[in-house]
Write a new protein. Structure first.
Length: 291
């Protein structure tokens, strides 16, 4: 906030609130100033109220169309409205004005990703992530575009580069497990990725991963392993590897593991319908036995 703005003190005293509540609080401002309108514009965009946002942006452009804050918010408004070309033009103008700032590069990466320009998006995301690790969303963006381009190894590497000190570490490791395994044909050589994914699921318990997400991840790992074993893929011979999440790497062991995970999820379910569905899944995976 510009400290010279008449509403600087008022805005500094506003507590974080839902966008609709914030707009109500802004009506009590002592004066109508650019900073007040910028704050209102952000709240309107959060609410996806494009009509009100357009009116506020128009008023700001009459005040000073070349101010970088106005140009930036023009880009954000265009992005929310789906006008990616004009959004990229606005962010590019801010980038030209402040080439050392990471935010315009991140915004350009978002535009390039949505436009399908995967190489450009990867370049922007990589530049932001390697120069300012505080922008963890750049690591997630880099992983998304690498995965979309078929570079699964690069996507996993980007997610696993998020350090333990980050509050997004757990989310990044969960995403890395899924990036390793999702949409993998079962006849691919999955042994190393299954072992790595299982190890990460086990380790995440020490980083605050809740039981529901832990068991859901376990079902993804064990389900992928079961498909792999049943496919007859080279290297997937029954008993041909270390146990995964306590389950033997063969059809019977993996089925028992899946049954166990689904029964745990059933016990943790909040709704009766979900509990019944999870128990039915557990029963479907349970191997046939004499007792």
């Amino acid at each position: 906030v510009d400290p010279a703005d008449a509403n600087a003190g008022f805005l500094a005293g506003l507590l974080a609130a839902a966008p609709a509540e914030l707009l109500g609080a802004l009506r009590a401002a002592p004066a109508d100033t650019p900073e007040l309108r910028l704050r209102a514009l952000r709240a309107q965009l959060d609410l996806r109220d494009l009509v009100a946002a357009g009116q506020t942006l128009g008023a700001l452009e009459q005040w000073d169309a070349d101010d970088w804050r106005v140009v930036w918010h023009r880009g954000v408004a265009s992005l929310v409205g789906g006008d990616l070309t004009h959004a990229a033009l606005a962010f590019d103008a801010v980038y030209d004005a402040f080439p050392g700032e990471p935010a315009p590069k991140l915004a350009l990466g978002v535009c390039a990703e949505v436009l399908g320009q995967l190489d450009n998006a990867a370049e922007y995301y990589h530049l932001v992530w390697t120069t300012d690790p505080g922008f963890v969303s750049a690591a997630f963006g880099l992983a998304r575009v690498r995965l979309a381009a078929g570079d699964r190894t690069g996507a996993v590497a980007a997610l696993e580069s998020v350090p333990e000190s980050s509050i997004h570490y757990t989310a990044a490791r969960v995403a890395a497990v899924r990036a390793r395994l999702r949409r993998r044909p079962p006849r691919e050589p999955l042994g190393a990725d299954l072992t790595a994914a299982a190890g990460q699921v086990s380790a995440l318990g020490g980083f605050g991963l809740d039981p529901v997400r832990r068991e859901r991840l376990a079902t993804e790992v064990l389900g992928t392993a079961l498909d792999w074993v049943l496919s007859g893929s080279p290297g997937a011979a029954p008993g041909g590897g270390e146990p995964l999440l306590g389950s033997a790497l063969d059809e019977s062991g993996l089925r028992f593991g899946l049954e166990r995970a689904y029964r745990v999820l059933a016990r943790l379910a909040q709704r009766g319908e979900e509990r019944i569905e999870l128990v039915e899944r557990a029963n479907r995976y349970r191997p046939r036995t004499w007792v």
